[in-house]
Every structure is written in structure tokens, then in C-alpha cells.
Design a protein around this ligand. Sequence first.
Ligand SMILES: [Zn+2]
Length: 347
Amino acid sequence: MHKKVTLGRPLNLDNIAETFNEVSKALLVRRDLLNTWTDNLVDPELGPVGKDFHAAFVNAECKEFLGLKTTHNALFNSYAYPPFEGEEAFKNQIVYGTTVLDDAALLFSARCHEIIHALQYVHAPALHADPFNAETEAFISPRDYLLRKERIEQDAYAKGAWLCTLATDDHPDIREKMDSSMLSVKKFEELRAQHGNLHAALTAGAHAAANTLGVWVTNGPKTTAADNWHHLALKEYEAIIDRRLKDGKSITFVRMEDNDVLALGQSFGPNPFAAADGTLDPSFRQPSSFGEDIEKRLATLNAKIGITDETALPTLGSTIKNTHASRQEFLTAMRTPRKVENIRPDT
Ligand SMILES: [Zn+2]
């Protein structure tokens, strides 16, 4: 049984359509409360990290919404293509499912994970070189798109678990809510005790999350979380690429270098992908191995978009230099709201 933490006025979620305004207001009430929980996080090594985490999130200008049809607990929405006429390409929003609304501990843990994703988009240029981003024609290649997905989930699971461990003294419910996560509070505490410091625990946590075995698709085989992330990422890429090719712009497919992979872990706190000297830990340079199925689909996709040698692709860094003075300028430009116009509507 899960102990429900009810905040404010109880909601009747059975009449969700009628209570939409009430529910939206309730999310705001909960957000205030969760911000208080966040502000109070203190790390034994780093001291009071909660206020910094909260401030970083505010600076990211990420919006938070309730999705009445969202089946996930929460998700971070980066780009959607094509954007509606007059909308910005970069959505930068977290959408919560109504399932978590009445459960503060679950909402807190889901929110920490999604905030990490939001912060990744503040620091990592590779996340904006995305086929769903209407503001660019430079896309991360399919293989590196899978690598990218693996790293951002590792970072979000490791840091989500870390931040949740810091909240369990005040809110013990969180521990139980995280038991089914790819990286539970219990597991993270074990890793931290075993490795003796936060940085090493985050690195180990990132590996542990990717290696978690589970059945991710109904009636599917038992595979690793990394394998599931690869499938999801490839499905996204396959779904969007025809549409982008049809729009007839000149697309450049790019590959990530070490600094691009490293930047995926710079969201908040110690970087799980960094070695002691600050460079990329070599164990994070390549994605976890792909199954035959993934390799076949990648080959088909590469053939369709004209990639014959992935190692010969231009780098993201060199491609950014063609249009922007620096990586930071590219990041700022992609994050700056600009209404998108003249994108052909879907037929
Ligand atoms: Zn995630």
C-alpha cells in the first residue's frame, strides 16, 4: 500500500474534466510545496545544494504543466516538429500526469528527474542539434542520437536518485516511491557508501541505471534499460527524419566529440561522465552495445540519409562554427524564444 500524502484540498480525479481549473491550481500549490522540499536539500559533501538546484531550474525558464492525457508520471518536452504556427521551436516544459498529482513523494522524485533533463538543455549543445528542432538543420547522427539518449537518462537517473536520498530524512515516503526506479534511493546509498564520494557514486549510479534489467515492452524480452533507451531513441529518429527530408532543407548530420558527451552530464552537481582530471571518462565514450536489430535499423537509416562512414561526419563543434561564434552562442540562440513561421503543415 502506498501512503498518500494529500496536500491542500482533496481532489476528485474521477471528474477530471470538470475540475481542470482546480487541478491546475493544485499543481501550483504542490509546486510551491515541492520548491520548499527542494530548498531544504543538504548534501553531506557539498552542503546546502537545494537552493542552488532550485535557482538553476528557475534560470532554465522551464515551464510546468499538467497533462490530462499524460500516462507518464512526468516528462520533459524539448522539441516537437513541426511547431504550430507562431509557437517557439524549443518547448522547454515539464508535463506531469494526473497520477502523480495527489502523491507528493512521487511528484517530487519525478520532478527531480525531469528538472535534470531541463538543466541538460542549458549546458549541452548536442541536445539542440536535434531533428525535432525547427531552428536547425544540423542533426546529431542516428548512432550518436542513441548514445546521447543513453547519457541523458543515465545522468537524470543518477542525479534524481542522489537528490531524493537527500530528501528522505524529512520525507521518508520518497524511499518507497523510488524502490521501482532504475536507481532506487537504497541502491544509491549503497553506491555512495561503497565508493566513498558523491562523484564516484554518480558515475557508478549512471552505469547501474543503464544496466538495470527489465521487461520494458509488454510481452517483450528482458533487456537492459540502455537497450530500451536505444529502441525509444531510434523510433523517434525514424519517425521524424522523413518529415525533415521532405521539407527540402540542406541537412548536415554531425557526430559528437568527447566534450559534447561530457556536456550531457553538466546539468547539476558533479559530472558522472568526467574522469578525475575533468576529461571524459572513456567508459562513457561509446554507447552500451547494440543488439543486431538496432544495428540493422541503424544501417537502414544511415543508407536512407546518405551516411556511409559515421567516423567521417563533421563534428558538432565544427558545424556550429559555421553559423555561430561559439558553442555558448549556439546554445543561447537555440534557447531564445523565437516564433517559428512558414513551416508547411502536415498533410
Ligand atoms: Zn528521463
